[in-house]
Every structure is written in C-alpha cells, then in structure tokens.
Ligand binder design. Sequence first.
Ligand code: NAI
Ligand code: MG
Length: 501
Amino acid sequence: MTISTTVDRVPASLRDWLSKPRLMLIDGKWVQAKSGKTFEVQDPATEMLLANVAEGDAADVDAAVKAARKALDGPWGRISPSARGRIIHKIGDLILEHLDELAQLESLDNGKPFSVARVADVPLSADMFHYMSGWATKIEGKHIPLSTLAAPGQYLSYTRPEPIGVVGQIIPWNFPLLMAAWKLAPALATGCTAVLKVAEETPLSALKLGELLQEAGLPDGVVNIIPGFGETAGAALAAHPGVDKIAFTGSTEVGKLIVQAASRDLRKVSLELGGKSPNIILGDADIESAIAGATAGIFFNHGQCCNAGSRLFVQEKIFDKVAAGIAANAEKIRLGVGMDPDTEMGPLVSSVQHGRVNGYLKAGLEEGARALTGGAPLNAPGYFVKPTVLVDTHPDMKVVREEIFGPVLVATPFKEADDKLIAAANDTVYGLAAGVWSRDVAQAHRIANQIKAGTVWINCFHVFDSALPFGGYKQSGWGREMGQAVLSNYLETKAVTTKLA
Ligand code: NAI
Ligand code: MG
C-alpha cells in the first residue's frame, strides 16, 4: 500500500513516528510480536496505509499477563496510594501536553475530525486520569458493628477493599484513546495492573499513550499494551487463566463470547456493549434545541457511539417539523477528511463498518422505510456515509431493532406521552441511554424513571463526565464505567473480623 496523503497535513515529528513500525508494550519494553508478524493500519479517509503495527497473539498476551502479575506482586503492589495518585495525575497532564499530537493521531486513525478529537476525545481522556487520580487515596473500608452472633463490642469487624489483581481490558475503535482512559485510569487508581488489547482498526493513540505512561513514571509491567485482532489476541486475553478480571467494551455479540471464555474459571467480567437508544421529543419541548440535540444525538462521531440516540420518537403534532429540521441539519454537515479544518463528519472507521451500515440502509429502504435525506451509498474513496434520516418505519424493521453504528436515524411519531410510548421506547434488547425533551419537568422525570437505561438525558444529549457513572441495563452490559461506580469493577471486598474478648 502507498502511504496516506492525509498524513501530509501533520507535523514532521508525527510523520516520522508513523513511518516506523509501531511495537507493543510489554514489561516496560517496546517489542515486536513473538511471531514477528505485523499488520497494516489504514487511513479510513483515503483507504491508504497509515502505519505498520506489531500483531500480538496468544504468546504476547501470555508474556504481558506474566509482566502484569510481576508488577502487581512487585513495585505496584507496594506503592503508596498517594504516589500512585500522583503518577495517574501526571498521565493526565502529559495527555494535555500532547493534545495536538494525540488528536491528530486519533483523526488519522479513526477518521473523526481533528477539531472534535481536540476538544472531546483527548481532554476527556486527560480528565479521566485527573479525576481517577483523586480516588487512589480514597478507597476506604468500613468498620461494621455486629449484632447477630456477638455481644456488643465482642468482635471488631472491618472491610478492606483490595485490587482485584491483573485485569484484561479489551477496547473498541470508536473512541480509541478515551476508551483506553476509561479502562486504565480506574484500574490504576484501585491498584490493579493491566493488559490492554486495543482495537485492530485504531491502535495508534493507545500506543502513544503507552509512551506517556512510561514518561509519567509508571513502573514496568503495570500497563501492557497489545495491538492485535479480536479472534487471536482478544480471545487469548479473555481466556487467560492468569487474568483475574476482564473488562470489555464492544459489540454485544463479542460480549457474550467474553462471558463464555471467562466463565470457565468464573473470572469477573464487566461489559459495556451496544445500544439502540430512544430519544423522545414531547410536544411542549423547546423545538429548536430539541432538533439540534437530536441531530447531535445521532450524528456525533458519525453515529459510532454505543449511546447514539438512534430511535427518535416525536409527538405527532410536531413530528414533521422536527424530522424536517433534523434532515436539514444533516444536509448541512460537511463530510471530509478528518484533518481538514472544515470537516464536520469524517468517514466511518473501516470498510467492514462501511459495508455494514450501507447494508442496513439497503435493508431499511427495501422494507419500506423512506429517507428524508441520505440513504444512498456514496461512490467516492474513503468510508463515507451520508447522514440519513429514515421515516415510515415500523417496529419490526432491522433498522429499528438492530444497532447500526452509523449516521442513521429512525424517526417515529407518537400520540401521547403514555404507557404505549414508554413500552415503545423500552422495546429493545438494549438499555444504555435515552433522551427526553420537554418543558414539563415532572413529565420529563416521570419518563426518565420509566426508561430502562443506564443514562437518561433531559433536554440534552451526550453529556459525559468522568464523575458520572455510565453503563447499561439489559444486553447493554454489566457494571458501570466512570465515576465512583467503576471502582467496584476493579476491587474485591474482604471482611476481617477479630474476637476481642
Ligand atoms: P467487536 O466487538 O468485534 O470489537 C471490539 C473489540 O473486541 C476489539 O478490540 C476487537 O478486537 C475485540 N474482539 C473481537 N472479537 C473478539 C473475541 N472473539 N474475543 C475477544 N475480543 C474480541 O466490534 P466490531 O466488530 O469492531 O464492531 C461490530 C459492531 O459492534 C458495531 O457495528 C457496533 O454495533 C458494535 N460496537 C459497539 C461498541 C460500543 O462502544 N459499545 C464499539 C464498537 C462496536
Ligand atoms: Mg468484530
């Protein structure tokens, strides 16, 4: 393959970094795969070569797990919480110091606009480390007074939260750096060590992060980073007996495989999976902000968000106006190469995703849906898909039931904000997020209470914060990412009881 022309738009230092074979991080060293294999990473805007990356498999995963165990039993197990927190904080600082470089890498590798990665992906990643650094010194047990078996004061009981151990973490390509931060920061705060398997589509920003982890003073082996494919490196990590816990973000289909692999030894699992989130606009909503919010709700990150507001429900009397407003916004979105400052939406991440999303569009139109805008494939290089709004859908269509993971909205009118609406909104195997738009505070909260989802946004969408727990009901996952809630993914609780008399 020839080298992507988009790379010309980045500084020489980064071009130089990309031109060298990128290695994996095991036990504090940058190494080739034991097999010697490499794979090509593509620029999704040009379909050209971006970098060659070491291709990890079971043998490399095994070495990484051993290194993580050694670090857990060694320096990382002995470091003070305060010193641990300072290193984690320093990682956040270094991410901000490398803001442009990381945003450029993210744009080239994933296809997303540089301007977006610069204000969203990279600062949010830094914030995750900054936020989590504070928890390192605040992971506390409790004194628990006993009643049943003891006379008061006869026993002293307390709990000790302990790191769960070596964690295997598998992440996707939609927010490559941010997903690495969501996984690594809490694992480090709780005192765990990690083997991170990055997505084969987008390994680059996490490899750059690996360099920053070393610069921050993280001891060797505390974090090991393996680029490689799901069926080989990912599956080996999920099944490795030396891993105490698996944390996975990706498709619900692979989430089920992870559970099977981990169930053999009953290893702990947390999962952040797919979604088909309802976004409900009531007749009394501020229409302009609801239209803007619903547009961003589906088209942000090209629809490649597990929490995308992909099923829009609009009260009948304003349906046409809202659907037309979103379609008009969609038409204004400028598609282009992520490194172009005018670009508002880049390509999808890969040829596989491009084919998948176009397949959904074809199926939807064949089943009778109508595209208010978009819908047809684009015949240009790069994996671009036009933002699409589908109407005249019915609840059994594939485009309504399945996660598309592209810039495709299905919009449906409803009559009243009644139980039928709630049932329709909850008529999905997923339960990750939802939106409600209304000026009636009581009504909005009543709906929020009835939606089966881990996140509900009222009069907003896509509001994320390191302090807010995020995760899924139903087949959207197990456990929560971020906030205090994520700490329990990485801790065991020990109850210690002493007889005093
Ligand atoms: P995927 O679930 O296959 O990939 C996510 C991660 O899992 C990658 O690192 C991959 O290498 C790894 N993986 C794949 N197979 C594995 C296995 N057998 N064992 C262990 N690890 C494995 O997702 P994919 O194929 O990239 O996308 C398919 C669909 O999944 C998308 O269209 C979208 O609907 C959904 N998805 C959801 C995401 C989310 O954030 N919840 C992120 C990415 C995809
Ligand atoms: Mg897959």
